[in-house]
Design a protein around this ligand. Structure first.
Ligand code: ADP
Ligand code: MG
Length: 394
């Protein structure tokens, strides 16, 4: 689960990690008031969306306006907020359609001496969280990793004992952090690692992590993603969810207890089991098609859930054909067959439907379908199903 920069910074403040003073504004007038309240000569107006690259990103309807901008007066803050709020911001992470900005963060201008990078993720190969830092802050870290990987330094740490002081000193040496900044770095890095573990994060990224003119370390940007499997331990964090930022089809699917991920292709997939869903997508690609989604209806889905799954698939304008690929284990083929009929009754099929059923109650399931008046292309096996659906999608 992703959260906004302003929410992440609030969590950082609580963990005693240094962040600049800032105020959230939802109207241009609030942005002007925020500038005055901060009381400095310089502030930065920052669009709040669940995507990075805002500083280089531009507003869709006004390519002059970037998503992060320095302002020097309340009037200017108001003008910039007006340009940004309610409009779509397009960055390298949003896709061409951009994301609507519903709030901006007005933040005190920071005196930047150096821009570093700090990130924490789980290293699955090692089985430990890993702290990564780089001297190349403010840049796209994927580019740094590709072009100058020697400038990224890593330290794994034990989740119970946390990052050790000697590890901080090692990293400070690599980053050429000296003098009193070492103390600031120690508190910063160790608090970040602690926060990562305590809040069950899957990602924490501070880019840039700034060394100020007076040698303090401060988080200028903050991105936090939580492990959704651990959300039951953090009811307070669940409140930070912003559904407006999420894909509406994915939200609907989540409410129906379905695992759904929107993709860019034109073949809708309705499958039971994550493994079968992955191999179905592979097969579609192998035969020259592009899946429009990943959808796992799960083992114990009921007719109404599967009907909802059809509704979500068929509502996607990109979908030109649907492949139903079911291996009945706990899930019965009759449940799927009845759901197909129910969905046909409720929403109708505007695109060809290819069905491959196998497993529990398959004969009964096939019979239900063949005796109905729903127009279905039946497939005998996986390859046959993939070929037929790719042909049907054109
Ligand atoms: P994004 O990563 O989405 O582009 P950032 O929060 O990293 O957004 O901001 C982009 C750049 O804007 C930063 O690299 C930094 O140079 C500048 N910036 C951001 N916040 C401030 C601030 N409070 N004071 C001064 N400069 C800032
Ligand atoms: Mg950034």
């Amino acid at each position: 689960m992703k959260i906004h920069e302003y929410q992440a910074k609030e969590l950082l403040r609580r963990a005693k990690v240094a962040v600049p003073e800032s105020i959230v504004a939802r109207t241009a007038a609030e942005a002007a008031a925020a500038f005055k309240k901060l009381g400095g000569e310089i502030a930065v107006v920052k669009a709040q969306i669940h995507a990075g690259g805002r500083g280089k990103g531009t507003i869709k309807s006004n390519s002059e306006q970037r998503g992060v901008q320095l302002v020097k007066s309340a009037d200017e803050a108001e003008k910039v907020a007006k340009n940004i709020l309610g409009n779509e911001l397009v960055t390298i992470q949003t896709g061409a359609e951009g994301k609507t900005v519903n709030q901006v963060l007005v933040e005190a201008g920071c005196d930047i001496a150096r821009e570093l990078y700090l990130g924490i993720v789980i290293d699955r190969a090692v089985g430990l969280p890993v702290l990564m830092v780089s001297s190349e802050g403010g840049m796209n870290i994927e580019d740094v990793a590709a072009e100058t990987p020697e400038l990224i330094f890593k330290e794994h740490f034990d989740p119970d004992t946390g990052l050790q002081p000697y590890q901080v000193r090692k990293l400070c040496h690599k980053l050429a952090i000296t003098g009193k900044s070492v103390r600031s770095a120690e508190s910063f890095m160790r608090s970040m690692c602690k926060l990562f573990v305590e809040l069950d994060c899957s990602l924490v990224e501070i880019n840039p992590l700034v060394v100020t003119g007076s040698g303090e370390l401060i988080a200028l940007d903050a991105k936090i993603t939580f492990d959704e499997n651990a959300m039951f331990r953090h009811p307070d964090l669940a409140e930070l969810r912003d559904i407006a930022e999420e894909d509406p089809a994915e939200v609907r699917a989540g409410q129906a207890g379905l695992s759904y991920v929107q993709l860019e292709g034109n073949i809708g997939c309705l499958v039971n089991g994550a493994g079968l869903a992955m191999s179905t997508m592979d097969l579609i690609k192998l035969h020259g098609g592009e899946p429009a989604n990943f959808l796992d209806v799960g083992g114990g889905a009921q007719v109404d859930q599967v009907t909802e799954a059809f509704r979500i698939l068929l509502a996607d304008k990109n979908v030109k054909a649907v492949l139903v690929n079911i291996f009945g284990g706990i899930m019965r083929c009759t449940t799927i067959a009845n759901a197909v009929l129910e969905a046909y009754k409720q929403v109708g099929f505007n695109v060809p439907l290819v069905v491959r059923l196998e497993g529990t109650e398959v004969a009964e399931g096939r019979k239900i379908l063949s005796e109905s008046d729903v127009d279905i292309i039946t497939a005998t096996d996986l390859t046959d199903a993939a070929n037929k659906v790719v042909a049907a999608a054109g």
